[in-house]
Design a protein around this ligand. Sequence first.
Ligand code: AZC
Length: 810
Amino acid sequence: MTERLPTALGLAQRIEQHLTFSLGKAPATASTRDWRLALSRAVRDAVVVPWLAAEQRTQETGHKRVYYLSMEFLVGRLLQNAVANLGLEEAARAALAGLGADYETVVLDEPDAALGNGGLGRLAICFLDSLASLAIPAYGYGIRYAHGLFRQRFRGGWQVEEPETWLNEGYAWEFERPDASLPIGFGGRIAGRVGDRAAWAPDETVLAAAFDTPVPGWRGRWANTLRLWSARPLRAFDLAAFNRGDFVGAAAPEVLAETISRVLYPDDSTPQGRELRLKQEYFFTAASIRDILRRHLAEHGDLASLPDKVAIQLNDTHPAIAGPELVRLLVDEHRLAFHEAWQTARGCLSYTNHTLLPEALERWPAELLGRVLPRHLEIVERIDAKHRAALAAAGRRAAEELRIVAPSGDLGGEVRMGDLAFVMARRVNGVSALHTALMRRTVFRELEAAHPGRIVNQTNGVTPRRWLHGCNPPLRRLLTEAIGEAWVDDLERLEELVPLVEDAGFRAAFAAAKQANKERLAGYLSARCGVTVDPGALFDVQIKRIHEYKRQLLNILETAALANALRRDPGADWTPRVKIFGGKAAPGYADAKLIIKLINDVAASINGDPALRGRLQVVFPENYNVSMAEVMIPAADLSEQVSTAGMEASGTGNMKLMLNGALTVGTLDGANVEIGERVGPENIYVFGLDAEGAARHLPFHDGAAAIAATPPLAEVVAQIESGFFSPDDPRRYDRLVEKLRRDDRYLVTADFAAYFETQRRIDRDFRTADAWTRRAALNTAKGGWFSSDRTIRGYAREMWQVEPALQTGS
Ligand code: AZC
């Protein structure tokens, strides 16, 4: 499809029109925000054309659609990405300049839409970019949280959470769709039955209001839709109560309904919190499934063709209630027999597992599920019974482990959402080769044996549009000069760089691009946190959620041990390093918050020591988010991927950093394994126990003995205990130290020596700058496989059976 995209002049006119008629402002008084909103509107206008054309084409051809259901979409900024995908960058720059505004300033004004926590939510957005770029008709479905992920502040080095308010700052991208609203019920009872069918009478109903954001693909050939649901009261407010003077009471229904889409991940440590979370999950899943059925029936008129036309992907178990909901609608409203409904639903559904950590596998008390969704609990129980009966009939032992509704203590049972999603899905996937292999052997061992072949692997990927082309202009220019622009469409063409890596001129240019990015980050850190860093130092970066298994603790202990070594031997020729941390801890995760405080305490001790000046520095800017990642990733020399082997499902930051020419120091965990296979052992620093070794070692691991046997670690632990880093509260870290000694389940003390030794090797290697650059450039050259385009092609082929709606080049 060829749509005409605006020229600079056309774009300037549109920007001015929006400034005047959408925002009611004159150019002379327009603020940066006004220009940003006017430009966003003008760019949105440009997206609408391919967007409507794509929808029309899908309808006309009856093409299969993919529906990606996700509780999280970690969008970040949209403007720059949309401008680039539409090829409007030069035009936008020139148009704004002509109007007296600066493009860079305007795009940086956009607040991040942070409707996600971390990897899983960011992956969803990379996937939407790839789906649109590959012209695969798709909808993303999620929740339009009024408050996204909290804003992180450090007070005295402790994390405090403040509400995030992205919608207050003007959001120019969405279209509200009042005609697509749907009522969603909760609670109540079964009011009647006929055969398989039941009539559910909910006692609470809210309205799901739809908001559509167009998602343009690369070159603007195709655009898909991100449809987010916002909860509204069915009746606005209680006028009678208002007239009685009961203003608070009058607004109560409104408040209650809107609570459902108010915040991302409410704290689930209270029973109220858990119930709200379950309601959120059902709310967006039910609205999405009904929307899908409605569209399908309008276009195709029958339900038999549903699996041929509809592929629904469950991003983790959060939308797993989609299975029972679809069965419910097919049986209760569309009069299919139960078995037929189940088979139809299974034909549409696939499920991605993102974690093996037992505490992150969702389980709902049957009592709670039955109270909030009585009909669904019945359906789940029936599916459970039928599933096990079918296995028994086929001669398999109906193992206890196969129960979806499992007895649990005195609670009267719990529903294992992972097992439910598995049983309801045609395909189940893990997110890296190692993770998928472990999944088959551990959490889904029984189910894998019962349904061989259902589990497939789809190693994660990241979109090169945002994570190389968008965030790294110096490298983007170099790559395009060297091999042409086709790498943005087909990232595996980065392989063409391999011979160039042997060229001294190319290496010098590569190093210069890295240096420019390091200077940009230095400027950013200076402006944001008032710290001065030396762009000549090794930039050592660990950016991700703070979690014990991700082992920021290992990194900061090593940092403190390095500081001791530097102090002891000031004359030696050390490699200057800047340790950069970024990440948030879940508000209720006390030990992760204590690790944040420790990093900040160690940072204060190191940064305040004149003996370490110019050699070691620790920087931890608050409120790490997508747009901060876009500045940090291009500037990194070293990528820290040091999770306990077997625990990080995949990682995607590891891929972004590699693509941008950072070398990885990491364990053989998640996709690190596949990164190592592609770059070769000489171009990655692997250390520590592997997954098998870790599993074998753990039961016998003695943290106290490991500390005693590792002098640099013993010294740091002794410092922590003596209050060296926390003179105001010497006992602050007792709990952390106690865990390292007696319950080091993340094997920090087991891997410390190998990690410390590897870091010293890195110190030495970094000093041979040209050899380092060669290896960094090889990481970029070999990174092409980690494009989310490759991942989405895999899903399309092996899970969804869907083809692109346009051929490449058309
Ligand atoms: C993350 C995994 O921890 C990470 O390893 C993976 O790369 C990412 O998903 C995308 O697959 N998981 C989450 O963000 N959240 C949960 C609940 O697992």
